[in-house]
Write a protein that binds this ligand. Structure first.
Ligand SMILES: [Zn+2]
Length: 166
């Protein structure tokens, strides 16, 4: 059902390739525990580039919205994704290598002839999520009267619409 996109990431970077796509949230197995709803999609763009020192890079952009559970009131909260990561490709790197990154914020990922693009997108989403998602205090029904909380529960999408307007 879910398409698979596998790239040779070094070749992708060196040739400045670009891949755009839409990924179903339901296809991200590791994300499921954190989502209130797995309906919807995220849009991603993966671009290859070469950095100032000749280092191969992948730039991973992910946009979308997730529905997470507020850890204070346990109701749904909209969490907008605006990810833009610069990932340096390193031969045989592990995530634990202490690499000198200079000024720029770059993470390293290993060079791979068969990198799963959607797995990378899922990694980036997971890294961007708060450990404990919370509504802003003024919007969180955990601090409101019980009546207001019940009203929201009866009409969760009304509450979400209100959040989006904010
Ligand atoms: Zn809340």
């Amino acid at each position: 059902m879910s398409e698979q996109a596998v790239i040779d990431n070094l070749d992708f970077a060196r040739n400045g390739r670009v891949m755009r796509g839409e990924a179903q949230l339901a296809g991200f197995a590791r994300l499921q525990d954190l989502l209130i709803s797995d309906r919807g999609v995220v849009n991603y763009t993966l671009s290859g580039d070469i950095g100032a020192k000749g280092e191969p890079l992948l730039i991973c952009v992910v946009e979308g919205e997730l529905l997470l559970q507020c850890q204070r009131c346990l109701e749904a909260m909209v969490f907008p994704l605006h990810i833009e990561s610069r990932l340096r490709l390193v031969q045989g790197a592990t995530q634990f290598d202490d690499l000198d990154h200079g000024d720029e914020e770059e993470d390293s990922i290993p060079v791979s002839a068969e990198m799963d693009v959607l797995e990378l997108v899922e990694d980036e989403i997971l890294l961007s999520l708060p450990i404990s998602p919370l509504h802003p205090p003024e919007l969180c029904s955990g601090k409101r009267a019980q009546g207001a909380a019940d009203e929201k529960r009866n009409n969760p999408f009304g509450a979400l619409a209100a959040l989006k307007v904010k």
